[in-house]
Write a protein that binds this ligand. Structure first.
Ligand SMILES: Nc1ncnc2c1ncn2[C@@H]1O[C@H](COP(=O)(O)OP(=O)(O)OP(=O)(O)O)[C@@H](O)[C@H]1O
Length: 211
């Protein structure tokens, strides 16, 4: 499934941070989002994941086609590794727990509660969730944070296999995963200061009218 994004504007805290974002992400391809801290990479990914509405523009794929790997891993602390994966498999209606566990090298941690995992182990569990979703388009926000060199390589292999199987990935990352990927620099899409949400602008006009 190809993701097409046209003239997208996205906002955080009532302020538009990016506008005019336009790109295509074809099956089998990876696209790396670049741009300085605070430009809006997370905000763009959250919008594409359907967690917040865009200010303007269009996205051609439904949020049911995407799996979002956020900063917060979404791991349930009181559940074990196996229980977390089983929970997600039930939520997404899939049966890929064992494969996900193997792929992210979690076999030795199956019965450990997530609360007792190290930061890197927890991150590996969070990334295993992507495989359990069975969804074709992965939106990844700094997926390698807390991972050691071996785990980065492991995850890069997981993404490469996902691409080979016809999936795609949009990745915000400051490090090179060694994947064959195009780069989308968000700097040209930075919204001009003072570009407020339409709703806010309307509210302002209403306030003025009352004065
Ligand atoms: N809850 C919030 N309320 C108001 N502003 C916010 C909120 N969260 C983030 N922002 C601001 O929105 C802008 C975009 O943030 P975002 O997290 O999308 O950037 P980023 O490119 O992912 O940054 P980084 O590379 O540091 O992770 C930043 O200027 C940030 O300070």
């Amino acid at each position: 499934m190809e993701m097409q994004v046209r003239d997208l504007a996205v906002a955080r805290g009532g302020v538009t941070v990016l506008q005019g974002v336009t790109f295509r992400l074809a099956p089998g391809r990876a696209l790396v989002l670049r741009g300085p801290n605070g430009i809006g990479k997370t905000t763009l990914l959250r919008t594409l994941a359907g967690l917040q509405p865009p200010v303007a523009g269009a996205v051609t794929v439904p949020s049911e086609a995407v799996a979002y790997g956020a900063h917060a891993d979404g791991v349930k602390a009181v559940l074990t590794v196996a229980e977390n994966l089983a929970f997600w498999a039930a939520a997404y209606g899939t049966h890929q727990v064992a494969a996900a566990m193997d792929a992210m090298n979690l076999q030795g941690l199956v019965h450990r509660r997530a609360a007792h995992l190290s930061a890197g182990q927890k991150r590996r569990l969070g990334l295993a969730r992507l495989l359990v979703t069975g969804r074709p388009i992965w939106l990844l926000d700094e997926p390698t944070v807390s991972l050691d060199t071996a785990s980065v390589a492991l995850f890069a292999g997981v993404v490469a296999r996902h691409l080979s199987a016809g999936g795609s990935a949009l990745i915000a990352s400051h490090i090179d995963l060694g994947l064959e990927a195009e780069v989308l620099d968000l700097t040209p899409f930075k919204a001009q200061p003072g570009h407020a949400l339409a709703g806010k602008a309307l509210a302002g006009a209403f306030d003025e009218a009352l004065e």
